[in-house]
Ligand binder design. Structure first.
Ligand SMILES: [Zn+2]
Length: 72
């Protein structure tokens, strides 16, 4: 599990920084975006799965997660 702070995306409820993460599974990646668990409300903003045939490498999963956070 890798948790990274997005440079600009913020929670629309509490305005804290959003974090994104990606977890490798057997058939793909679990990608999620959460609000700052310490300073913010800590809610899970979005969670989705990316199948292996779409996202193969960790760098790709990171890019997908970061883009997802940036679109919120
Ligand atoms: Zn929040």
């Amino acid at each position: 599990m890798v948790l990274r702070r997005h440079p600009s995306a913020t929670c629309n409820r509490c305005d804290s920084a959003l974090y994104y993460r990606y977890l490798e599974e057997s058939t793909g990646w679990q990608i999620s975006v959460t609000c700052d668990p310490e300073k913010g409300c800590g809610r899970d903003v979005v969670s989705k799965r990316a199948p292996r045939h779409h996202v193969d490498r960790p760098e790709e999963a990171r890019a997908v997660a970061k883009r997802l956070a940036g679109e919120l």
